[in-house]
Design a protein around this ligand. Structure first.
Ligand SMILES: Cc1ncc(COP(=O)(O)O)c(C=O)c1O
Length: 372
């Protein structure tokens, strides 16, 4: 039956989607603001990337290379990969969306985890499929729970490794076990947006698993350690069959020319990345220790942020802490939407920002906040 309405109507399910809310940027009435809400790097991008971006400004009348070859070649050479298996996107968000729109439809299920990155759910629902949410264990992905949730309808499994907003990771042996337990037609999406920060012997972003299978993809981003969030650059390493399908529907010029140039320069400057990782390792440790000294609980993080849990006694709740920090210009991320109503996620900032948060949270908790 064709039911006429007075206005256009989206497909069923679209209006059930809760739109993504980005991290706050402003602290009203505060002159100096430290934005620690979107896991951006305090070090900014490599100067070489900025120079490449400036040079690209000289040719803005030309379409970009639709294959983003210079960027894919730079990624391939730095990671030792085959260029043909790399696809770039307007942020990894675009690639996650493409995967859903190409492989999911009405009646399909895709598995996500309790505290998983919200974009997965949005894109799954956007494709008309059903997100199946699986519990995590101690703020970490539970591989057995995922395997137990697989049904005949499952088409895709999404894991952020490391997780956002938890900062925990799944060791490579468990990722392999997960993959081995999935039917061959189910795509395992390993979202490794924070991979560069991880310094653990039992962690792998997923390159090897992608190379030896036809149903695994790994996504990465230039928005975090490379400091190029404004340019929207993500990439996927995947098997030929999946890339071929995605390439048929992606926008023909989805990567802009300044992004291609700056991204290529950034990834070739690995010395700069090392500095950013060193700064992060130092401060994740210091921040965790300092917050624990204040009586707060911090989920152990391998990424560039920490998840701080509040005790909920005497008004010491995350919402109160958020308001107090914001009034001083420190903007953290409320993570209620990720299943943590009483926690805040703090991105590792500059030394000044980090010390400021420690001191301010100390004041909030009624103790003196100290960092080494
Ligand atoms: C786990 C995870 N995946 C993907 C992204 C999106 O990255 P991009 O900026 O490349 O779209 C983010 C950004 O916050 C993230 O935390």
């Amino acid at each position: 039956m064709n039911i006429a309405t007075n206005e256009p109507v989206p497909r069923p399910g679209i209006l059930d989607i809760a739109a993504y809310v980005p991290g706050k940027e402003h602290a009203p009435g505060v002159a100096r603001v430290f934005k620690l809400s979107s896991n951006e790097t305090p070090l900014g991008p490599s100067p070489k990337a900025i120079e490449a971006f400036r040079q690209a400004a000289g040719n803005l009348e030309l379409y970009p290379d639709g294959q983003a070859l210079a960027l894919r070649e730079a990624i391939a050479s730095v990671h030792g990969l085959n260029v043909a298996n790399i696809m770039c996107g307007n942020g990894s968000d675009e690639l996650l969306g493409l995967l859903c729109h190409v492989y999911l439809g009405a009646g399909d299920e895709a598995i996500i985890t309790e505290h998983g990155f919200l974009v997965y759910k949005i894109q799954i629902m956007g494709a008309g499929a059903m997100p199946v949410v699986v519990k995590e264990k101690d703020c970490a992905v539970d591989v057995d729970a995922i395997l137990a949730a697989v049904t005949d309808k499952t088409k895709m499994v999404f894991i952020a490794n490391p997780g956002n907003p938890t900062g925990t990771y799944v060791p490579v042996a468990d990722i392999r076990r997960l993959h081995a337990g999935l039917p061959k037609h189910v795509i395992l999406v390993l979202d490794a947006a924070y991979a560069e920060y991880v310094r653990k012997n039992d962690y792998e972003a997923g390159l090897e698993l992608v190379s030896s299978n036809r149903n695994v993809v790994m996504t990465r981003t230039f928005s975090k350690v490379y400091g190029l969030a404004a340019l929207r650059i993500g990439w996927m390493y995947g098997p030929a069959g999946i890339l071929d399908a995605l390439n048929r529907v992606r926008g023909p010029f989805n990567m802009n020319a300044p992004a291609i140039a700056a991204g290529a320069a950034a990834i070739r400057d690995q010395a700069f990345v090392e500095q950013a990782v060193e700064h992060n390792l130092l401060w994740v440790g210091k921040l965790t220790h300092a917050f624990e000294q204040l009586g707060l609980t911090v989920t152990p993080s391998v990424a560039n942020f920490v998840l701080i849990h509040f005790p909920d006694i005497d008004g010491k709740r995350a919402t109160d802490a958020d308001a107090f920090l914001t009034s001083r210009g420190y903007i953290l991320r409320a993570v209620k939407g990720y299943g943590f109503p009483n926690a805040l996620r703090m991105t590792v900032g500059s030394e000044e920002a980090n010390r400021g948060v420690i001191e301010t949270l100390g004041e909030f908790m009624g103790r003196e906040g100290k960092s080494a």
